[in-house]
Unconditional design. Structure first.
Length: 95
């Protein structure tokens, strides 16, 4: 997302708006990117449960698209979250 400074106070509403617009337009690629970015932002804000939800939403859309590169990115994000939480079993499932 151009112009977004990840981790700033205004990024969460912008990411949620991107999700809403992508859904309204049925723009799956944009939706997958927006969910992925929201997962990253939620992780940066230490909103771990919300980060996992957002990443799982990105995962669903990227599976629909057959986006292998995007899937690898989401699995890596999830693995990192679980690793940071000390949940090594789930981390290994996503690496």
């Amino acid at each position: 997302m151009v112009g977004i400074i990840m981790g700033s106070d205004s990024d969460l509403p912008i990411m949620k708006e991107a999700i809403a617009i992508s859904e309204e337009l049925d723009y799956k690629r944009g939706l997958s990117k927006a969910w992925n970015d929201l997962g990253v932002v939620e992780t940066m804000h230490n909103n771990i449960d919300a980060a996992i939800v957002a990443n799982n939403k990105a995962l669903e859309v990227r599976q629909e698209l057959g986006d292998k590169k995007g899937l690898a990115s989401v699995y890596n994000n999830l693995a990192g979250i679980y690793d940071e939480q000390g949940d090594y079993i789930n981390a290994l499932k996503n690496y």
